[in-house]
Design a protein around this ligand. Structure first.
Ligand code: GSH
Length: 293
């Protein structure tokens, strides 16, 4: 097991495309850590911490699965993964005590494939079940931990938010291509594909007339969108260019972005532009740094 020096084990409990596959499965008997049948609610108050997400990665094939404590809610993730970040934000927004175990995505430990057959992150382990796919995890958390609710009560409004979450998949896909420069293009070409679908979001939020899509407070749609908004300047920076969200064209989304940065559940998860760039520049290499950036 290779553990970076960021934090000692055990992890401190923290409080803090195409994206729609449902993938919830009960655990098979292949795992080694204990289960008590106790629910998270039993433990909801026993660990309160405000530390930032632990940052260390299990880097060798033969590393052991960190033992899981009874009642633990564990998120398998990667520090710079936007899909992991969106789950962390939902966990924070709901004040769910949890641990994060970061996985080295270029060299996943063998045991991790029993949790996620493709070796991807995020994956949520509640002790009773494992949930894969960030959007499914977010909805799962919203059902299991209804306070505060992150969707509107009105079913029509809820399905409208879900529709927008689905539409946001285009931004996710286009941003991902830009971040990894998959087509070897000047950044301006990628930006067109990122910004075009956002016009509908600008119109929607303007129409709602609230700071957040969720109203006076952010809701699920806001949280689901944030990680890609945080990365909006990264593709340009990777090509040594500057990017400013056009205030004239997207005044409402620009104000939204400023407001989101200050939301507690979000602030805790933010990575600086410089660190994103550093990480992505190293990610294409054989042995990227996942921890000490
Ligand atoms: N649709 C998935 C996407 C997850 C995903 O692509 N995660 C990336 C890291 S950000 C990953 O695990 N990549 C490793 C790999 O593809 O082997 C979700 O929403 O959870």
């Amino acid at each position: 097991m290779v553990v970076s020096p960021c934090l000692p084990w055990p992890v401190l409990p923290t409080r803090l495309e195409e994206e729609t596959r449902t993938n919830i499965h009960a655990f098979s008997g292949t795992r080694t850590h204990g289960r008590s049948g106790q629910t998270h609610e039993d433990h909801a108050s026993d660990s309160v911490a405000t530390a930032p997400s632990p940052c260390y990665s299990w880097s060798t094939k033969d590393s052991a699965c960190p033992p899981m404590k009874d009642g633990e809610v564990r998120l398998y993730g990667m520090r710079f993964c936007p899909f992991t970040q969106r789950v962390r934000i939902v966990l924070n927004a709901k004040n769910i005590p949890h641990n994060v175990v970061n996985i080295n995505l270029k060299n996943q430990p063998e045991w991790y494939f029993k949790i996620h057959p493709d070796g991807k992150v995020p994956a949520l382990d509640t002790g009773n079940e494992v949930v894969l796919e960030s959007l499914d995890i977010a909805d799962f958390l919203d059902e299991k931990f209804p306070d505060p609710p992150l969707y509107p009560n009105d079913p029509e409004l809820k399905s409208r938010d879900k529709e927008f979450i689905k539409k946001f998949g285009k931004v996710v896909g286009a941003t991902s291509r830009a971040l990894h420069n998959t087509d070897n293009l000047p950044v301006e070409e990628y930006l067109k594909d990122i910004l075009e679908p956002l016009e509908e979001f600008e119109a929607e939020l303007t129409n709602r007339g609230t700071t957040f899509f969720g109203g006076d407070n952010p809701g699920m749609l806001d949280y689901i969108m944030w990680p890609w908004s945080e990365r909006s300047k990264v593709p340009s920076a990777l090509q040594d260019k500057e990017f400013h969200f056009q205030k004239e064209k997207f005044p409402t989304l620009v104000a939204w972005r400023d407001a989101m940065k200050d939301v507690n559940a979000v602030r805790d998860t933010i990575t600086s532009l410089e660190t994103h760039v550093k990480f992505l520049k190293g990610y294409s290499g054989a042995n990227p740094e996942f921890d000490n950036l």
